[in-house]
Write a protein that binds this ligand. Structure first.
Ligand code: ADP
Ligand code: MG
Length: 621
């Protein structure tokens, strides 16, 4: 047997050199932090020795309370105790106020702005509130691990859009956490089961939590996960199971017409406890103390419970069917099913999911912990503890990258959210006859006009052979490596002359600036489309003027005096209207010039054919 090695005091090697990184499941109802310790991914415990910390933040005048304690005070101070803040991430004040009219919070912020919630410590954004949860998790982790964290992988729902992801990143930054990566929750669950080692396959992740149901269809291709489809119901979860039990109870026991807040709470709590005990038992007794002190009790059997929740489970399966269809797959093509979320402990959920997919779902890892565990495995690799790991690491381009074209327009070459590394090429051409150089302007952003985007770099391509406008083929290639470094190369295809430049697209750009740029692009979408149309029409007009003028210069002798002056007049007319910002007028005058120059074009064509034929023998043709 090999001897165990012990290092000299103060010179200890491996274990203490490991960098500390954690995986965080920042959940709607509950949050969890996990880390890889001695090669094993395990959830860390909080001050109450529990792995789960409720995602609840209570603000008092001089205190911020997070987790279990805050949850216990929710009844007492509903207005200032924020539950399920994740629902508000990246959403506007108007949107939130319309979606959740029944919530006890005071929502502030003007309609289009990100929502704010009034607290005794002033208005707080969902970003700041989420940051409080992350601060608490970070504190727990550093206490458990005994040192400062180097970074974290934080999970987000697969359907989270860019703004919601950005908000999550901002929250982490406020909490002083370095985000190694945001990871999709279903992908994290699949990683926890080691499914990424399988190389390829299709995986369905069924996540039934407290208030939400998510189904994700993932495709694993050469170790890389791709989200094929997501679906679900943002208002369906374990809370609804509790509610159907409460309703059933009310049907069988006579209760006062109007329930006191205390009785309502007790009913809910007892329903939840009954539901959870039915995952192990065949029946349970629900005991309720009425307001007058009288005790009532009723037996709930597993069979009755199953009947009550069956319609709810059916709803989840309808969403599953739709997502499988969205992924353009047949149910038989799903290779693996993974269960996530506390409510998948319910036996009927498991059996229904099993018969729907005709596969035994993966459930050996605690469904509450599986997402955090997967995130911690990824964090351990990202922080550099497993240099030989071949897990492919995915990142995406935060904002589109493109080029300036004529008229100050942007042409996107790589669109945002494309996974890196990536290379894409597009062909461009010259605007003028005989043009031998081209200015390449690399821009970043979602807006249609260059002036509204961010300028990244400019360079020039020279020695393009002189050709007619539009004849040269300039191939511009954008390449982004795994570190996000962009290089742009322009090449003229016939001669191979090249020019290139390297840029770091995200350098110097704060995440909040990215967010602002995205918000601007959404708000200005309509104006941008109009501005783009105008600019395009101006470019078309200029191109036509350019080509007719150059034709006149070469072949004016083919035209009668009258035709020539008519053509010149129309050119002057078009030049004049392009000074104005009236798209329809420019279009009209451009079409007129096109029509008027058509005869001239055919005359030139005939002429060039005739001169080419001149001197040739008839039999040569
Ligand atoms: P979220 O993803 O929304 O943060 P969780 O995954 O933590 O939520 O799931 C919480 C839900 O799981 C609650 O409705 C809770 O009652 C339910 N749950 C937890 N344990 C059990 C159990 N043993 N049986 C049935 N439901 C359970
Ligand atoms: Mg969850």
């Amino acid at each position: 047997m090999a001897l165990l090695q012990i290092s000299e005091p103060g010179l200890s090697a491996a274990p203490h050199q490991r960098k500390l990184a954690v995986g965080i499941d920042l959940g709607t109802t509950n949050s969890l932090v996990a880390a890889v310790r001695s090669g094993e991914a395990t959830p860390l415990v909080n001050q109450f020795n529990k792995k789960i910390t409720p995602s609840v933040v209570r603000y008092t005048k001089d205190e911020i309370i997070v987790g279990e304690e805050a949850l216990n005070q929710a009844q007492l101070d509903a207005e200032n105790t924020i539950l399920s803040v994740k629902r508000f991430m990246g959403r506007s004040a108007l949107d939130v106020a319309q979606s959740y009219p029944e919530l006890p919070y005071q929502f502030n912020g003007s309609n289009e702005d990100l929502v704010k919630i009034a607290t005794p410590q002033g208005d707080k954004t969902p970003i700041e509130i989420s940051a409080e949860i992350l601060i608490e998790l970070k504190r727990q982790a550093e206490k458990s691990l005994g040192d400062e964290l180097q970074g974290a992988v934080i999970t987000v729902p697969a359907y989270f859009d860019d703004a919601q992801r950005q908000c999550t990143k901002d929250a982490a930054r406020i909490a002083g956490l370095k985000v190694l990566r945001l990871l999709n929750e279903p992908t994290a669950a699949a990683i926890a089961y080691g499914l990424d080692a399988k190389h390829d396959g299709v995986i369905a992740v069924y996540d039934l939590g407290g208030g939400t149901f998510d189904i994700s269809i993932l495709k694993l291709d050469k170790g890389v996960f791709e989200v094929l489809a997501t679906g679900g119901d943002s208002a369906l979860g374990g809370d609804d199971f509790d509610q159907v039990i409460v309703n059933w109870f009310k049907q069988h026991i006579e209760l006062p017409e109007k329930l006191s807040p205390r009785l309502r709470r007790v009913l809910k709590e007892q329903a939840k406890a009954a539901k959870e005990s039915l995952t192990l038992a065949d029946s349970t007794i629900i005991n309720i103390e009425l307001d007058d002190g009288k005790l009532v009790s009723l037996e709930l059997t597993l069979d009755v419970f199953n009947e009550l929740i069956e319609p709810l489970i059916k709803k989840t399966l309808i969403a599953c069917r739709r997502s499988v269809k969205d992924a353009e797959l047949d149910i038989s093509e799903i290779d693996d099913v993974v269960l996530v979320g506390g409510s998948t402990r319910v036996p009927l959920v498991r059996s229904k999911v099993e018969s729907f997919f005709n596969l035994e779902p993966r459930s050996s890892i605690d469904p509450d912990e599986v997402v955090a565990i997967g995130a911690s495995i990824q964090a351990d690799i990202l922080v550099g503890n497993k240099p030989d790991s071949d897990m492919v690491l995915l990142d995406v381009v935060p904002l589109s990258l493109g080029l300036e074209t004529m008229g100050g327009l942007t042409e996107k070459v790589i669109s945002r959210n494309t996974t890196i590394p990536v290379a894409k090429a597009q062909e461009f051409t010259t605007f003028k006859d005989g043009q031998t150089a081209m200015a390449i302007h690399v821009v970043q952003g979602e807006r249609e006009l260059v002036k509204d985007c961010r300028s990244l770099a400019k360079f020039e391509l020279h020695n393009i052979p002189a050709m007619a406008a539009g004849a040269a083929h300039i191939r511009v290639t954008f390449q982004i490596d795994a570190d996000g470094l962009l290089s742009v190369t322009a090449e003229e295809k016939s001669t191979g002359v090249q020019s290139s430049i390297a840029v770091k697209p995200s350098y110097g750009l704060e995440e909040s600036e990215i967010l602002t740029m995205l918000k601007d692009s959404i708000e200005n979408a309509k104006d941008d489309v109009e501005a783009r149309r105008l600019a395009e029409l101006k470019v078309d007009a200029a191109r036509l003027i350019e080509s007719v003028e150059s034709a006149i210069e070469q072949d004016s002798d083919l035209l009668s005096q009258q035709s020539l002056s008519e053509l010149k007049d129309q050119i002057a007319q078009l030049k004049q209207v392009t000074e104005l910002d009236d798209a329809d007028l420019i279009k009209k005058e451009t079409e007129l010039l096109e029509a008027k120059s058509q005869d001239f074009a055919s005359l030139r064509m005939d002429h060039s054919i005739r001169s080419a034929l001149a001197g040739q023998q008839v039999d040569e043709i």
